[in-house]
Write a protein that binds this ligand. Sequence first.
Ligand code: UDX
Ligand code: ADP
Length: 467
Amino acid sequence: MSRDIRNICCIGAGYVGGPTMAVIADRCPEIEVRVVDLNAARIAAWNAADLSGLPVYEPGLDAIVGRCRGRNLSFSTAVDEAIAAADMVFLSVNTPTKQRGVGAGQASDLRWVEACARQVATMARGHTIVVEKSTLPVRTAATIQAILSAAQQEAGNTTFSVLSNPEFLAEGTAIRDLEEPDRVLVGGEDPDSIEALTAIYARWVPRERILTTNLWSSELSKLSANAVLAQRVSSINSIAAFCEATGADVQEVALAIGSDSRIGPGFLQAGPGFGGSCFQKDILNLAYLCESFGLPEVAAYWRAVVELNTWQQHRIARLVVGKLFNTVTAKRIGILGFAFKADTNDTRQSAAIRICRDLLEEGAHLQIFDPKVSPEQMAVDLGLAASPDLAVPDGQGSWQAVHSLEAAAEQVDALLLLTEWRQFRAIDWQAVAQRMRRPAWVFDARAVTDGAAVAAAGLHLWRVGKG
Ligand code: UDX
Ligand code: ADP
């Protein structure tokens, strides 16, 4: 007999929790979905009357929140109440890489997950299904289970079961990925709980796309999927560098290899290196786990994917300096795009951060334009306050956020395109060239510009992977 779910609580109103719960509420109007978070400012933003102010920018998300909020979807800081009312609790809290202590720089920091498990253990009533949504190291479910079963023994009348239901959505396409997922993965041991969660997804996902596995396979599948995707990006970026050295064009190579049905065309777009909250964190975590399980060769294999990515970012910064006569001190450079990919305001691990920091280190003045990233976020990421002045006396670079492509091009020696926002694909290069100082360069790290139009405007062009 499957358990009937009437009340869902999701702890964590971030990039995963917010969109996922909005879609569940939309597809299951009779289920009450409460999204809770300790961060009051974030919750206030989810409740903002103006839907353009939601804390997560995702195409289509505002419409869904608009029709569900106040009906069966709510956002609040009342974590305890929401847990007590819930039949099912999703853990969607952050699991960043540890900054200190054992495993620093590699292992995932599980303090927020553990705090949540303890809170669920204390506040839950009756039978509660706890669902791991955050990406977690393999066997985290055992930790959660241990905390919950201690509470179970103490209280007597509460029972728990733990499921792993990793989220595969990609930012920028989150709503489409949630509404039409390639697959949904549900890992667990208790068949009734597995069926309860499966029944929710089955409202809109064909049953054959809902895979059930044991807990550990589910946890490991999430890490592995991200590792393999990131590996494809590093593979094509390594080939891009080789193309530049040999006169080949990585886009032609990607088309040629992607046409092999065994390889497939996806995730072969060369660029400035992968960013986002998952890839690097998950690979480092995977490598760390491999090492702790006595598999150093496997760990080294996956770490190389991250090392190649870091190298690609430094390589692009070095290349810009090289083309600009080996010095960018007190030169203006326009940066087009700061988000880690198009259609998101997220900058976590964005390639732009490392590349901009390298250029600042060389003394450049950056005029940064991103249609969705706030200047405050840029300041946090760059670790430097904005300033309209060119390099300060000690040679330290400077930066300012600007509000248009035209402003980013004003008086610059180069434009560096780092995020593939749609508006950067159709730039009027003749008009932009008028604003730049000559000789002027366009560095296209996403290979989205029209090379002939750039050349016709009298600009030099470097495009990733084009020799
Ligand atoms: C990723 C996974 O795709 C998703 O399944 C998982 O749930 C979370 O991590 P996300 O980080 O949101 O999603 O974005 P994704 O589209 O995977 O892109 C990651 C990075 O790789 C971006 O910086 C992107 O620009 C880069 N990338 C992607 C490339 O450089 N080339 C490609 O061909 C694809
Ligand atoms: P993700 O990309 O995985 O969604 P985010 O950092 O965007 O990650 O969101 C995670 C959210 O979880 C944050 O808003 C954070 O405030 C919230 N959070 C972390 N720990 C707790 C907790 N114990 N109770 C409630 N919310 C929490």
